[in-house]
Design a protein. Structure first.
Length: 190
């Protein structure tokens, strides 16, 4: 089992520990919530990458190795999927399966409680979402990804992450509505 305690660090910093944790969490939230409001896939992936790397720091500060590993591997996956048009092997279903297995394996190594299933699900759906070529499909799978993180935050009592995950879920749904494709019969009547 992979785990560690942040108690000594928190005690040494005192109240500044909470300022640091919430400051990092708010920065991660800004990146994550903004990500789905962009029109193009590469910008969505870039902002999700920045968000995921910042969430790694947040979860490590909380002592939650499972969530930190899920976010770190998600960031790696985002970096790889950002190269989808340049590297042919990235488009292979084997790449998707490899990332899901990698994420699942590392998440299971650090599993401490039943609620650790949520970062595992979030990671798997992040892989599926970001492997999509179309922005609409990316956002559709991202709703499940965001909901999984939302449940993680609820059951682990992470207030900053909770608001982020709630706002990300809403942001993703808003983006789905905002960038929905008009039906051809609606556009032909104009």
């Amino acid at each position: 089992m992979l785990s560690y305690s942040v108690d000594a660090f928190a005690e040494a910093l005192g109240v500044f520990y909470y300022v640091l944790v919430y400051g990092v969490g708010i920065l991660a939230m800004l990146f994550s919530v903004a990500a789905f409001q962009f029109r193009h896939r590469i910008t969505i992936i870039l902002f999700n990458f920045l968000g995921q790397t910042t969430w790694v720091a947040y979860f490590l500060l909380q002592g939650d190795v499972t969530s930190a590993i899920a976010c770190a591997l998600s960031a790696l996956m985002l970096a790889v999927f950002s190269r989808k048009g340049k590297w042919r092997w990235v488009a292979s279903p084997v790449t998707v399966v490899a990332f899901v297995l990698l994420l699942s394996g590392f998440s299971l190594l650090s599993f401490k409680a039943w609620s650790d299933v949520f970062p595992l699900l979030a990671g798997a759906f992040a892989v599926i979402a970001n492997s999509q070529t179309k922005e609409k499909r990316l956002r559709q799978f991202s709703v499940i990804w965001c909901l999984s993180w939302l449940f993680n935050s609820i059951f682990k009592f992470y207030p900053v992450a909770f608001f982020n995950d709630l706002f990300c879920t809403v942001s993703t749904v808003v983006a789905l509505v905002r960038y929905r494709e008009k039906r051809s019969d609606e556009t032909s009547d104009r």
